[in-house]
Design a protein around this ligand. Sequence first.
Ligand code: ATP
Length: 356
Amino acid sequence: MSKELIRLSELTMAFDGEVVLDSINLVINDKEFLTLLGPSGCGKTTTLRIIGGFVTPASGDVYFDGVRINDVPPYKRTVNTVFQKYALFPHLNVFENVAFGLKINRHEGKKLSKQEISSRVLEMLEIVSLKGFEYRDVSSLSGGQQQRVAIARALVNKPKVLLLDEPLGALDMRLRKDMQNELKRIHEAMGITFIYVTHDQEEALAMSDTVVVMDAGKIQQIGTPEQIYNEPVNAFVADFIGESNIVDGTMISDGIVEIFGRKFKCLDTGFAENAPVDVVIRPEDVDIVDVKDGMLTGTVTNITFKGVHYDVIVDFKGFKWLIQTTDLVTVGAYIGIKIDPDGIHIMSKSDYSGKF
Ligand code: ATP
């Protein structure tokens, strides 16, 4: 899985003088499932459209298999796209919609026989679990089934890369979860590269080999889902991926950080003494304890039942701690807070203000 397929080098893009992509450098490997993840407007779709050839970057280069393809038009790239809006032809049935994908197959440059068309369409319908639906009207299908038709149509001419731009955005939550598993299965069955765009961090973590977290036109972090979740490189990533408590801190010495005027043990980090830092603490690493055992104390202001745990908000001098716990507490209770030293993550101070 480590052979390079696509390389984006120093990509920059601006619309109306506003920079929307700033020095994007990214390598995408053959057969990888890579997700561009970030808040609305961070530049995910623009990056995808540059790879597809629909947008020309202001500067920087795109390489495919080591060859610069900046000037190669979309139809000559072995790349197809699936959009959130499936754009199926309502007057054509499922078979005809998928077969249409072969008509726009310009990279093979040869005409296919009727038999070949039929066998390739049926093969794709089997892969997207729509065998037997060939003669159904697309308008009679559910949203999830229509999206499978769109995926089959994009895959039928065997691209090397499938670009997926929020393809599950129009589906309800249950169907989204089912389709996430389906897409993973289809990715494995096809053995090609998928580049996926979403603003949904759970979706990105669930599906991807590699997650690229973007904010304000810049790549913030590239890593496996586990790396992104467990070792966020800055407060933005920590806050965007799951929920976090982000506190201003000062390093006292290596292994000791001061927050809210108290000293806390943390992992050795190599930050200089007195360095101002962002301290990121996941809600599951904060425990509610007796007041006498607490490193900090505060008052419970909110409790939300989340199924496996409660989200508890504890007010400490105006700072709202989010704590995930299975302990039963009540609103108004005065409680102690204890933080696991392994759960105290020290990061370089950024100007991220906790809003994305
Ligand atoms: P979303 O999740 O909302 O689709 P995104 O991360 O995919 O967001 P982009 O669609 O890449 O973000 O847009 C990045 C920025 O570029 C936005 O501010 C957007 O308004 C702007 N932009 C994108 N395309 C154009 C265009 N054709 N003309 C002008 N501005 C554009």
